[in-house]
Structure formats: C-alpha cells, structure tokens
Design a protein around this ligand. Structure first.
Ligand SMILES: [Zn+2]
Length: 598
C-alpha cells in the first residue's frame, strides 16, 4: 500500500547545485539590514519584550543578515536593555564569514544632534554612544520643507546637524549610516537640497547613505532613476555605499527596494515578513527571494536561503503574527494548487504553475483538495500520505468530496479529513473503530431568574458564563454516551464534559485510549464553528435548520497539527464527525515515538 512519497522521488540535480555555488561565490553582493526590531516593532499589533527581541536577533543572525538594527536606545529603556544584553545573547551564534563580513553587526538607531546645539550636549547622541553598538544609523531630514516647517530650522543648520553628528561618530571609530528621511519626496520638491544632504554626509565620512521612501508613495521607476542620480552625486566618494529604505503604502516596498538595487544601491533596509508602521516596511523575505532567486545577487548564504520559510515563520510566531498563507515565497499557500487543471499540470511538470522550486526557500509544493479539484488532486494528496490509489478509487473519493462540500464541508484546510476519506476507500485499510451509536444530553438544571431576583451579581458570577436569565441555582450538565465497535468488541462509554463536544471527546477517548494508547499524546487544539449563510436549498442563516460547519485542530506533544471538518444541521453531529476523523487520524499516524504528520 505504501509506495513512495514525492520527497523520496525528488532530488536536486548536480547542475542546480553547481549553479548555486557559482552564484554564491561570483554574484554581486547586496547587504541585508534588518530593522524588524525598530521599524517593524512600530506595527500596530506587535509588542516585543526584550526576550522576544533577542530571540528574533538570534534568528536573523542565523539567516545571515549583515546588520540588525536593535532599536532606538535614546527612546526607551527596553531598547537600551536590549543593547546591553545583545552580545551575551549572541555568543556562539553562527558567523556569516563566507562573504568576508564578520558576525552580523548590531546597529543603534537615533537622530542627528538637536538643532542649534552640539553633539556633546545631546542626550540622544550620548545614548547612542552608550549602546556600545559598532554601527550608528542616524536619521536626518532631506526634504527642504520638512526642515523649515516641521523641524523649524534653517536649511543650513540641518546640513550642519548632519555634518557634525556624522563626524562625531566617525571620530569614535563607528560605522555610520545616514538615513536620509523623505529623500524621494524631497528629491521631487527640491532635488538640489535632497542631494546636498547626501553629499554632506559623504563629506563628513558616512559609510552608507540610505535613501528613504518614508511615506511609501514613490514608484519603482522613480526610485531607480533617483537612486542613480544619488550615485552620480556621490561618485567622488566611491567608498560610500547607497542604501534603500522603503515603506509599503502603495504596495511597492519590495519592488522599490529591487529598483533601487538596479539604480546602484547595495544595502537594503527592511523587516521580516514586511512588518512596520502603517502598511509595513519592505518585506526582507521577499527582497531576499527577489534578489537571490531572480536577479542573480547574493545576500544571504545559500544554506540560509533554504531556511527562509522556517525562520520567517519562527519570527512570526515570536511577533504574535501568524504567517499569512498567501505570503510570497514562504507562505503555506505560496506553492499550493487547488484547481484540478493546475494540479494535473504540476504533477507532470512542476514549473508549469510554480515560478521557482519551492525547496530552495525551504517551502513545499502541495495540492489542496476541494470541490474545484480533479482526480489529480486526490492522487497527489494520496501520494503525500504515502498511498498509491488507482484512478477509479480517486474518482469515487472526489465524487464524495464534491458531495460533502455541497453539504457544507470545506476540505482545503482539513487535510486529515481528506486523508481519512482516502484511507477508508483503500481495500487494505482496517478501520481501528466504528461508531455504532452516540447520544448527548446537554441540559441546564435550575430555574430561570424571576423578575424579583434579589442579587444579580451572585447569579452571573456563579454561572461562569454570560447569560442574563441565569441565576445562582443553575447547573449545566453535559453527558455523552458512545457505543463503539473496537476490533470485534462492542464498547459502551459515558462521560461528562464542560460542553457537549467535550463530553463526546471524553466518551470517545476512554475506550480508544485503552486500545490505542498513542492517542494519549494528542489533544484538541482549536475548535471553530461557522453557521453557513445559506445552504443549497436557499435557507438563510437565521433559519434554525441552516448548516453548521465545525473545524477542529488536533495537536500532538511535539506541536504537530492536523485538521478535520464536519458539517450538519446539528452542531453536535457536525462536531462528532470532525472528532471521529481526528481521532482515527491520530490512531493511524501516531505511535509510541510520536506522530508522523505530512
Ligand atoms: Zn521607516
């Protein structure tokens, strides 16, 4: 029955490996400057502790980022603490010495000195020194009206602030970058002044000048042209590199970053997964994919490129931002195929609907089963589960899936239910148990609150749930009775739970865990209910006979997850169907050593 999986049959050709190593050694280099911990942390919904920041920094080091911007040490104590703890936390972290750089460098972010003042008197400048960072990134204005109207300083004073602050940090032996804020808007308004800001930084000894599309309103062709203009102005300082820092307000941040490289930039500032204020910063994950997989540049080691999906996802987890399935290159749907025609094609020739080999960024191609599927989706899914189906069986599975989707199930994210549909149609498969019957009693014992109820507070507090009519005497009872055939024995089991689904889960598990102890390492991780707006007969959601779809996530002790679905007019029946699929899947895919989930 078990033949081979796709992974077994795939291999990387020697030609691809040779091309990769040549690219790694000969291609022009673009530095990755990550600002997830500073600009990225300004995204609504992200709040990083110092520990979170250190964990992300460690992952960025493993990825091979050249620079990590740790924060703005002058702005808050958390960032200052991060700088104190960084070196210790990074001890033993891998080195990206392959490209002649030392370990990933830590950059501290801050502003140039205050207007009409001196660096020595400036508390923010002092905080940058105290951070101990080897790289200092200074933000300065490059748009004339921002200087006169927002900063309320003269144009000359702004240039002096740039010159003196850059010189100050160069005298301390620091690597200095100047972030030219609003450079592109400034260039549009007064190109001479925007370029003068860059020239002043170069004259003062800056190592990198970074062109910022602060408002995210520029287009790629403008960014490319104006980066080229900046390069021309800086030709007298050939050691000064040009960097780019873009925001995604027009959904152009990645495109603008790559356009800047075409214009002469050799350093890109951005954030993992495109985090950042408003609509985010340039997504470094996509920037890396574009530069390295599409444009022939190198920025991180090839072995790190193959960890891109894993690292992007780990950063997302730490940041409390679940990965968007459709995220290019690394999302779980980035190489997922749903349409039957597409799946049939990629089974014959993967590049027919994949822009690249997903394995090079650590992702995988997968097919999704739904009512839009063809037999190829089923055959592909079966192969992923290690099965070889004949076409007739695949056809009958597909017909059943289409029928069940019509009845309210949706299978595209419920792979375990699809696996069970396929398994149960395999003539060699022996079901570990069969359900003979089940019943659930869900009741509320106790009187409804009368209009003369004396103590509202007590009733609500003791019920533990919202419900205005409940009173202190209410008690909820949820009992389930399940009759199963396990092997050739009939088993009857009863249990109580916190709700009807919990009671059913317990009643099912009791006899099953005795027979299949591997189930003990599995648990329900999430339970979702959706009332379908209307079913095929056109009943509306307000009709109590509408279909309910229940989706359940199961999880083992190692965090492996599988998802099942059930649909029915009864929420209990829908839940029960999803429960049975999930438990049966757990029995056949788990053993004493853990669960083997595709
Ligand atoms: Zn920014």
């Amino acid at each position: 029955m078990v033949q081979q999986t796709r992974a077994d049959s795939d291999h990387t050709s020697p030609g691809v490996e040779l091309a990769s190593s040549l690219l790694d050694s000969l291609a022009p280099y673009v530095s990755m400057y990550d600002t997830t911990l500073r600009d990225g942390a300004q995204m609504v919904g992200i709040s990083l502790t110092v520990g979170d920041k250190l964990k992300i920094a460690r992952l960025l080091t493993e990825l091979g980022a050249d620079y990590i911007e740790g924060g703005w040490p002058g702005s808050n104590p958390k960032d200052a603490e991060f700088f104190l703890r960084f070196q210790e936390a990074m001890a033993g972290a891998p080195c990206n010495a392959r490209y002649g750089t030392q370990k990933t460098k830590l950059a501290a972010f801050g502003a140039t000195r205050r207007k009409y003042s001196s660096c020595e008197q400036d508390a923010n400048v002092k905080a940058l020194v105290d951070s101990g960072a080897d790289v200092i990134t200074l933000v300065a204005k490059a748009w004339d009206v921002q200087v006169t109207k927002v900063l309320e300083a003269s144009l000359e004073e702004n240039l002096l602030m740039i010159r003196e602050t850059v010189e100050y940090f160069k005298a301390l032996g620091k690597e200095v970058m100047l972030d030219a804020e609003h450079f592109f808007d400034g260039y549009k308004a007064n190109s001479q002044y925007a370029l003068a800001a860059l020239r002043t930084a170069a004259e003062a000894g800056a190592d990198v000048v970074v062109l910022c599309d602060t408002n995210g309103g520029s287009m790629p062709w403008q960014v490319e042209d104006w980066t080229r203009a900046a390069k021309e102005v800086l030709q007298d300082w050939p050691h000064v590199r040009i960097g780019i820092h873009t925001h995604n307000d027009c959904d152009m941040a990645v495109a603008n970053s790559l356009a800047a490289v075409r214009g002469g930039a050799t350093l890109i500032q951005g954030c993992m997964n495109g985090y950042g204020e408003r609509t985010g910063n340039a997504n470094l994950v996509s920037v890396i994919g574009g530069l390295q997989a599409k444009m022939g540049y190198r920025c991180i080691p090839m072995e790190s490129l193959s960890r891109l999906t894993e690292i992007a996802s780990e950063v997302g987890e730490i940041a409390g931002q679940p990965m968007r399935p459709s995220q290019p290159f690394v999302g779980s749907s980035a190489f997922a195929h749903k349409g039957g025609i597409h799946v049939a094609a990629v089974r014959k020739m993967p590049e027919s609907y994949n822009h690249m080999d997903p394995r090079s960024v650590g992702n995988t191609m997968r097919s999704v089963v739904s009512e839009l599927s063809g037999r190829g989706n089923i055959l592909d899914k079966a192969e992923q589960a290690g099965l070889l189906l004949d076409k007739d069986v695949a056809g009958s599975v597909l017909a059943r899936i289409k029928q069940m989707e019509n009845e309210g199930c949706t299978f595209e994210n419920a792979g375990a239910s699809v696996d069970m549909l396929i398994m149960r149609r395999d003539r060699h498969y022996r079901q570990p148990f069969r359900v003979l019957e089940f019943s659930v009693i869900s009741s509320n014992r106790g009187g409804a609150r009368g209009s003369d109820s004396e103590d509202d507070e007590v009733g609500e507090a003791s019920s533990g749930h919202c419900g205005d009519w409940l009173d202190a005497n209410n008690s909820h009872v949820n009992q389930a009775i399940v009759k199963l055939l396990v092997g050739n024995k009939v088993k009857l089991s009863a249990a109580e739970g916190n709700g009807p689904v919990d009671a059913l889960n317990k009643a099912l598990r009791e006899p099953l865990e005795t027979e299949y102890p591997q189930l003990r390492q599995t648990d329900l991780a999430d339970y979702r209910v959706r009332l379908l707006e209307s079913d095929i007969s056109g009943r509306s959601a307000s009709d109590s006979a509408s279909t309910t779809r229940v989706t359940i996530d199961f999880e083992d002790e190692d965090g492996n997850k599988w998802t099942t679905v059930g649909a029915h007019t009864s929420i209990v029946e829908a839940s029960f169907r999803a429960l049975v699929d999930g438990l049966e899947f757990g029995i056949i895919n788990c053993d004493d050593d853990g669960c083997d989930i595709n």
